[in-house]
Design a protein around this ligand. Structure first.
Ligand code: PLP
Length: 389
């Protein structure tokens, strides 16, 4: 022993108050524990783990949330993007347009196929692909456009589809954060050629591990996707094309089927919390400092994140942390400035709106189980920060 217990620092950082979680999955589990355990047990009794009836049932039951005729579970949202690009035969020499202010997987899937990512800047109000910048990025090599419905807010699909159709370029929707979100009454993921979803635990419909879903309304793409996720096989041990191993586990499907029954209510809870934040920002006169997320009335935002924008982001985050109030930064660095994408040759200043957003965004807890008291603590924490300045 080199120290006595009296000199050991307490387990929690003494300078920060013990807080509450940014996302409380334990609270969600407590609500559905018995149903989840029964679903797990059902799969264990069946000993059927790869695809099979649970996955088929989920693919059927999820259709009202994704609005597509053909639906395939796969191993992750990242793989859903990869499978869509593979279905389009994208490879070396091809270009794919997307945004840099997103999760790495959006552009990572393009790089894995040795195609080139072309980044366009975001609309600083929505954080989504700015359609006004799209046309200038199109070349004869452009083989796909990947708009992202970032934080659960649909991208401006009418404008994107109009341009894509004019140039006959397929559209892959990265709806990983936006299951059930609607753009002018149409479900995201059903507007372009492919919809890509993630069941990562922090997504609105999250599994007990990794999982994803790819959707399409095109029968020939569907036939290809069905093969691509099982090594490219049509019948057992016959491979018309080369695919990958990317399937949704039966265990995940069984758990997701339980959670799917709650998804609409959970989304309503997130939207209610978003309204409550906006109302409190007004009441506490924070609107001059804090820019709440845009929510146009013709868009159904599902708030995977509730992301505010503030000039003094890092100081505010630290102020909140000291008071036990959680917040997260999605995303602190835009992809075009990441070392992993250095070969693309982008430089600081190339995508000014993406870069400014990375410096100013802060996501606040929004999960449906968040109590009013905790939500108020968050807003009071923010108000306290601006009073102290
Ligand atoms: C989560 C996410 C993905 C990837 O999903 P995984 O299931 O984690 O592979 C892709 N794009 C976006 C925008 C995401 O948020």
């Amino acid at each position: 022993m080199t120290h006595s217990s009296s000199t050991v620092a307490p387990a929690e950082n003494p300078s920060a108050k013990q807080g509450f979680p940014f996302l409380d999955l334990k609270a969600q589990f407590a609500e559905i524990r018995e149903e989840v355990m029964a679903a797990v047990s059902r799969v264990m009794e069946s000993q059927q783990f790869i695809l099979g009836p649970e996955v088929a049932a989920l693919e059927e039951e999820i259709k009202p949330f994704v609005g597509c005729e053909h639906v395939f579970g796969c191993a992750s949202g990242s793989d859903a993007l990869l499978l869509a690009l593979m279905a389009l035969d994208i490879g070396p020499g091809d270009e794919v347009i997307t945004i840099a202010f997103t999760f790495v997987a959006t552009a990572g899937a393009v790089a894995r196929l040795r195609a080139r990512t072309v980044f366009v800047d975001i609309d600083p109000e929505t954080y989504n692909l700015d359609p006004d910048q799209l046309e200038a990025a199109i070349t004869r090599k452009t083989k796909a456009i990947i708009p992202v419905d970032l934080f659960g807010l649909p991208a401006d699909m009418d404008a994107i589809i109009e341009i894509a159709n004019r140039y006959r370029i397929p559209v892959i929707e990265d709806a990983a954060q936006a299951i059930g979100a609607r753009y002018k009454d149409t479900l995201v993921g059903s507007i372009g050629d492919f919809g890509c979803y993630s069941f990562f635990p922090s997504k609105n419909l999250g599994g007990a591990g990794d999982g994803g879903l790819i959707t399409t309304n095109d029968a020939s793409f569907a036939a290809k996707l069905r093969m691509l996720r099982v090594h490219g096989s049509k019948n057992k041990y016959e491979y018309p094309i080369l695919g990958i191993n990317s399937r949704l586990d039966a265990l995940q499907a069984a758990i997701l089927r339980v959670k799917l029954r709650y998804l609409a209510a959970w989304t309503a809870g997130r939207r209610r919390n978003a309204d409550r934040y906006r109302q409190m920002f007004r009441e506490m006169k924070l609107d001059d400092h804090v820019k709440a997320p845009l929510a146009p009335s013709s868009y159904f935002h599902i708030y995977n994140q509730f992301t505010i924008r503030v000039k003094e982001r890092d100081q505010l985050k630290e102020h909140l942390r000291m008071r036990g109030i959680p917040s997260e930064i999605y995303y602190p660095y835009p992809l075009h400035l990441q070392p992993a994408f250095a070969d693309l040759g982008y430089r600081s200043g190339d995508l000014p709106h993406s870069e400014t957003a990375s410096a100013e965004v802060l996501s606040l807890p929004i999960y449906p189980e968040l109590s009013d008291a905790r939500l108020s603590m968050v807003v009071e924490g923010i108000a306290g920060f601006y009073r102290s300045r």
